[in-house]
Design a protein around this ligand. Structure first.
Ligand SMILES: *Cc1c(COP(=O)(O)O)cnc(C)c1O
Length: 397
């Protein structure tokens, strides 16, 4: 196993004096991204104008780049396509999956991200009074799978605690009950190896601006298993998911394969940034990345627990049940995080009381882990967080 990630660290532009432990929320700027986007703006948009759709391959970008992400999540070729935001992709996957089962119940857990639950609620409401979303505690999911279940919709890694579900096991339990599964890989893609094809996944979605570093507002991805692609009816029947968009037919006919999950015009500048960001992954072995992430996570947990008795670990100790973040509870979590950020150590806060730290071996190592733990201990011991300026909530936490 390689533990040396100095080569990948050199591919990122991190500001001096900052220890960045929030790459699970917004990945940092890959050095190559700025030049790539500039080239797309001046060399392609500026020079080619509308000809860029053909000459610069803009129209193929959602599937070409989808394939690059597919490699990172163990997907079959041509089973992933880019576009829209993750919330939209959740809706699409859920709507198609539910219709395919002919059933009316969606099951999720209370650790899921609110937008995923909101999308499921909205979908049920438009489908009718018989449809409903059932939400149970993460530990109760397996027991709640029964023969009425239509779709199990889960985010593999809990955005607050970092608790990770057993994907292969839950897929086989759901399939045995005649249900389909939609996985949200927001905190999985680029965080550790994912094996969609091997584990028999049906649908999956995820974003590109967290561990994959595409920049704020980067497009999401959707995976549809090859066996489902030609049966999955797109709920958002946009023209670029049509079989022949430029035939301008009056009636919708879904396109072939996963491309039917495209909706409208793709965000070319964001896709250019993502394309450059994905070059970093060409030299990364995901098993090495996982190995390294767990070493750094354990180091952080050990140091923080040794020096900060005020904090309680929110992340499971069992490494098989972890993603790539470490979280702690503190009753004044928001203020503590603001004090940390003021000292140049950036993590984030999630209500009600979670201090969250993303562990991203591509660009952080032992030195950052040790520094972050030291500063955290200093802030807690000196109660440096106990100031009015650290307690006023900003719009984004
Ligand atoms: C980050 C995240 C989102 C965000 O969705 P957007 O539409 O990209 O804003 C949704 N779901 C999960 C599980 C997330 O982690």
């Amino acid at each position: 196993m390689t533990t040396d990630f100095t080569a990948t660290r050199a591919l990122f532009d991190l500001p001096r004096g900052i220890t960045y432990l929030d790459g699970n929320s917004l990945g940092p700027l890959p050095r190559a991204a700025a030049a790539r986007v500039a080239q797309t703006i001046t060399g392609e948009w500026g020079e080619m104008l509308i000809r860029g759709w053909n000459s610069a391959g803009w129209m193929e970008m959602p599937s070409r780049i989808g394939n690059r992400i597919g490699r990172l999540i163990g997907a079959e070729p041509y089973s992933v396509v880019m576009g829209d935001t993750l919330s939209i992709k959740v809706y699409q996957a859920l709507a198609s999956a539910l219709e395919m089962t002919g059933r009316k119940t969606i099951l999720s857990d209370s650790g899921n991200f609110p937008s995923d639950l909101y999308m499921a609620q909205g979908l049920c409401q438009s489908l009718g009074p018989d449809y409903h979303l059932k939400v149970v505690e993460p530990e109760q999911v397996e027991a709640a799978i029964d023969n009425h279940l239509g779709v199990l919709m889960l985010t593999e890694v809990d955005y607050r605690t970092g608790r990770r579900h057993d994907m292969a096991r839950l897929i086989s339990r759901a399939h045995a009950a005649g249900a389909l599964v939609v996985w949200d890989l927001a905190h999985s893609a680029g965080a550790f190896p994912v094996h969609l094809a091997r584990d028999g996944a049906d649908f999956a979605v995820g974003c590109s601006y967290k561990y994959l570093n595409s920049g704020p507002g980067g497009p999401a991805f959707i995976y549809v298993a090859p066996r489902h692609q030609d049966r999955a009816r797109p709920a958002l029947s946009g023209w670029l998911g049509h079989e022949a968009p430029f035939a301008f037919d009056r009636d919708y006919r879904p396109g072939a394969g996963v491309e039917r999950m495209r909706v409208g015009t793709p965000p070319i500048l964001q896709l250019a940034a993502l394309d450059a960001a994905l070059d970093v992954w060409d030299q990364v072995d995901l098993d090495d990345l996982r190995f390294r992430s767990l070493i750094l996570q354990d180091r952080f947990i050990q140091r923080v627990e040794a020096s900060c008795p005020e904090l309680t670990l929110a992340t499971p100790r069992d490494t098989t049940q972890r993603g790539s973040q470490v979280s702690f509870h503190h009753p004044q979590g928001y203020a503590v995080m603001q004090a940390l950020i003021a000292e140049g150590v950036i993590g984030d806060f999630r209500a009600p009381d979670i201090l969250r730290f993303g562990i991203t071996p591509l660009y952080i190592g032992e030195a950052e882990i040790d520094h972050a733990a030291e500063v955290l201990a200093r802030i807690l011991h000196g109660r440096l967080w106990d100031r009015a300026e650290f307690k006023t909530r900003a719009r984004v936490t």
